[in-house]
Design a protein around this ligand. Structure first.
Ligand code: KIV
Length: 254
């Protein structure tokens, strides 16, 4: 695989060549992701949950994001690296948003991901005009978990669907280069994908997006108790690791 850049990802949308994205937080997994020629790696703030063991993504700091981006960057040569702007790193002002986005780019990210619509359009405009590529994120935006009352599917009625569609359009118009559509109806994701020129990356949003993203631990089956309807598990890492550890312990004891 050659180096994946933004123009390459945009060209893939035009050619209807689906974009594969996975989250990644460390160099060991990043090496395997790179070997599998996955086109893009998302250093997601989901690390708050799957790495730190928190209940949601709200308690991730910009320093933690920088640390994980640096680790991933060391093992990735060709995949396009997107990094999440964590909660609190861009809500206060455009100035703080730019300062924190620059930190992630200096750590090795090639684009930053921000959650929201109209309320972040000014920041998206400033970032993209300053040469910092932006990936938007609409639908179930985990940093709004307290507003939503949980990790709940969005777009349940006409009003919500219109809000999500308008948010996606607004983020594209502000200059975003990509957008994540999370946990929304398939039909709405398809409609947004047709309406936008930038690639859409879906999670729990059906097959008609330009690409798909999954949390790496989820797709590898790391947690037997996490089984959302959209998740296809490609291996049972829970079982594999548990039996390897049991075999190791048995060897040590004997
Ligand atoms: O933080 C994350 O991993 C994400 C993806 C699930 C889209 O935002």
């Amino acid at each position: 695989m050659n180096k994946i850049t933004l123009p390459v990802l945009k060209g893939m949308k035009e050619k209807h060549d689906k974009i594969s994205v996975v989250t990644c937080y460390d160099a060991s997994f990043a090496r395997l992701v790179e070997k599998a020629e996955i086109e893009s790696v998302l250093v997601g703030d989901s690390l708050g949950m799957v790495i730190k063991g928190e209940e949601n993504t709200l308690n991730v700091s910009i320093e933690e994001m920088e640390y994980h981006v640096r680790a991933v960057k060391r093992a990735v040569k060709n995949a396009f690296i997107i990094a999440d702007m964590p909660f609190g790193s861009y809500q206060a002002s455009i100035e703080s948003g730019v300062r924190n986005a620059v930190k992630l780019l200096k750590a090795g990210a090639e684009a930053v991901k921000l959650e929201g619509g109209e309320e972040i359009a000014g920041l998206v405009k400033t970032l993209t005009r300053s040469g910092i590529p932006v990936c938007g994120h609409v639908g179930l935006t985990p940093q709004f978990v307290n507003k939503f009352g949980g990790f709940l599917k969005q777009g349940k009625n006409d009003e919500e669907r219109e809000f999500i569609f308008k948010s996606a359009k607004c983020i594209e118009e502000a200059g975003a280069d990509l957008i994540v559509l999370e946990s929304i109806p398939h039909t709405l994701a398809a409609e947004i994908t047709r309406a936008l020129k930038i690639p859409t990356i879906g999670i729990g949003a059906g097959n008609d997006t330009d690409g798909q993203v999954l949390v790496i631990y989820d797709l590898l089956g790391m947690n037997q108790d996490f089984n959302p309807s959209f998740l296809k598990k490609y291996c049972d890492l829970d079982k594999v690791v548990s039996s390897a550890l049991a075999a190791y312990k048995k060897d040590v004891k004997s």
